[in-house]
Design a protein around this ligand. Structure first.
Ligand SMILES: [Zn+2]
Ligand SMILES: [Zn+2]
Length: 336
């Protein structure tokens, strides 16, 4: 992705995901993190989900990204038509990727922000459902997999909307990680098709330049110490050089939280808007993968919740949005 001839002073700002290898690395990382974890069976389930995502990213063909109309904001190549406002289908087509959380962000338009969903994500979901099953699954997860395997498109599409908006109804909460994972595999595969120059240059450090989504977590380079955030929706990574809040962009110094039980993991929390994002230091925590290490460090989320902070972006495996966190409800959302 990065141009080797680019001057060192200007490191590539965006790393588009190489979807299948990235998801395979994540699956292996989750399998490793399950060892010694307080909830090993849950982390192994996430690893199986990630293997399913990787297989789906390898095997499910995608329609090429094409502009939807003459005024489309979705052109991946030349950028014509971008920057003219909201993606045209985002607000009226129920199958489109809802721009949840992206309101009012920046001036550049992320090329995937309004892309219409086609059936590919549902084929990916079927593969993930296949991969996730295993003997001894807890009843809610088993029931969710049965429901998802049988659900027709007209039930799955509204559920996808709800997952993206963080408004999954309680009776379907256990389905959210699988649906979120399918949407991520699909969006990551689409992001992989974007040209290096196609991403939005909004100057908004808190929004994914490929899809406009929020960050799930980030890493700090072992040697260069560069901070990279990873998108909660499409796994694109972007470089955030300055110490500013990724949610409200205030320059007020952040507060840091960590737990001795999770070395190399810290939460950077904004005293103004109370949002936080976890950063994993690759020098102290080699092999970290943002979504995997984020899911495996829920104890830190519990601490931040007790301190009155909220996540800057969701983790698809834990629950898409504040309203739901299946399989880990008691870990992430203590009773008030
Ligand atoms: Zn994204
Ligand atoms: Zn803030």
């Amino acid at each position: 992705m990065s141009d080797p001839a680019a001057p060192l002073a200007a490191p590539a700002r965006v790393r588009l995901p190489d979807a299948a290898p990235l998801l395979e690395r994540r699956a292996a990382r989750l399998a490793a993190l399950a060892e010694g974890h307080a909830a090993p069976e849950w982390v192994r389930l996430l690893s199986r989900i990630a293997w399913g995502q990787a297989r789906a990213a390898r095997q499910i063909p995608l329609s090429p990204i094409a502009p939807l109309s003459a005024s489309s904001t979705l052109s991946p190549s030349g950028g014509e038509g971008r920057g003219k406002g909201v993606a045209p289908l985002a607000s009226r087509d129920p199958l489109s990727l809802a721009p949840a959380g992206g309101e009012g962000r920046g001036e550049g338009v992320a090329p995937l922000a309004g892309i219409p969903r086609d059936a590919a994500w549902r084929r990916m979901l079927a593969m993930i459902v296949d991969a996730a099953g295993a003997p001894g699954l807890p009843a809610p997860a088993r029931d969710a997999l049965s429901w998802l395997a049988a659900a027709p498109a007209d039930r799955l599409e509204p559920l996808a909307d709800a997952v993206l908006a963080g408004t999954v109804p309680g009776d379907l909460a256990a389905c959210a990680p699988f649906v979120g994972a399918a949407l991520e595999a699909w969006l990551a595969s689409l992001a992989a098709q974007l040209g290096p120059g196609a991403t939005a240059a909004s100057g908004d450090e808190g929004a994914c330049p490929a899809c406009g989504g929020p960050p799930v977590a980030g890493t700090i380079g072992a040697e260069d110490r560069l901070r990279w955030l990873a998108c909660a929706r499409c796994a694109t990574a972007w470089n955030v050089p300055r110490v500013r809040c990724v949610a409200c962009e205030t320059a007020t110094g952040p507060e840091y939280f960590h737990l001795d039980s999770d070395p190399g993991a810290k939460a950077e929390a904004c005293p103004d808007c109370r949002a936080y994002v976890k950063l994993f230091d690759l020098a102290k925590r080699p092999g970290s993968e943002p979504a995997a290490d984020d899911a495996a460090t829920l104890a830190l989320d519990l601490l931040l919740a007790e301190e009155g902070f909220h996540r800057a972006g969701p983790n698809v495996y834990v629950g898409a949005g504040e309203a739901s966190s299946p399989a880990a409800t008691d870990l992430t959302h203590p009773s008030p």
